[in-house]
Design a protein around this ligand. Sequence first.
Ligand code: AMP
Ligand code: TRP
Length: 334
Amino acid sequence: MNKKKLVFSGVQPTGNLHLGNYLGALKNFVSLQKEMNCIYCVVDLHAITVFQSPNELKNNVLETVASFLATGLSPDKSIIFNQSSVSGHAELAWILNCVSRIGWLNRMTQFKDKAGSDKEKASVGLYIYPNLMAADILLYKATHVPVGADQKQHLELSRDIAQKFNNDFGCKDFFPLPEPLISKNISRVMSLRDGTKKMSKSEESDYSRINLKDSAEEINKKIKKAKSDSEQIPGDLKSLEKKPEALNLINIYSELSKTSLDKVLNEMSGKEYSFLKKKLTDLLISEITPVGNEIKKLLDDKAHLEKILKKGKEKANIIAEENLKIIREKVGLI
Ligand code: AMP
Ligand code: TRP
């Protein structure tokens, strides 16, 4: 176990987790817990930057924990907890709000996407969301952050904030500059309906994504309906790049079958997309439905999930308070 490295990542409890979360983040979380100390957080304070129904939020927090466990995270190996239960996140976020610059936040593309055309009506929380994310990571002085490619810009901001804090308060190496760990093969799983958009919980059509809780029948239907291409599968990547939906299906197949893209294209070249879809459906059913079944089983015992969160909170809080004590001193807070 590498004691110097510390992994932190967060997932928002805003509904069903999907194949993008699984391939872009959760699978990496699980392999990292074998080699490093890891902290995995259900970021409920991030979720409420957009209104959440209180009862749904509670359920979604537990469902996200169940999804963590069902994909293979272990509360004995990793710290698993929810963000709002450790108040240090909010406290450090305030301090970092005063370090971060408005100009930096104005460049964040996720805010522009989420706020849509009427930015005046977005919550202030949504605007300063990336500062809270920096606080999540720096509160534990985490060194590595596994995320999907969509979070790269937020992570760069976290590094800028860490560096500015270290400069402003004359403590050169106090906060490590956190490094993103982004999967090389599949960092962005795209929507099954529009290959230029990422697969997302908030997309209206459920046919755009494979949820971890989908039944075999639903997976079959969604892949059958997924947009592909009327021509046969080409043998080279260049021709595929103009067909984002087809490329996405091939990328997912390559990742799940642990076969390189070149090999997959060799195997599939000249065949119809229905051939790929059949094989992809079989792979998805064998990998995703057991995870979905386990999530449903775990949700039958909510008290058990709450106990895991409580234990995780206690462990996280010890590290957070130790670091906060020093941070308060550095800033001059009594
Ligand atoms: P979120 O559900 O937005 O909190 O995301 C949780 C994690 O899943 C983050 O690391 C995201 O970068 C990752 N993620 C979300 N959607 C996708 C996607 N379509 N492809 C790859 N990674 C994703
Ligand atoms: N912003 C991330 C997302 O939407 C979630 C998140 C919050 C996060 N805090 C984090 C990810 C800290 C990594 C590290 O996916």
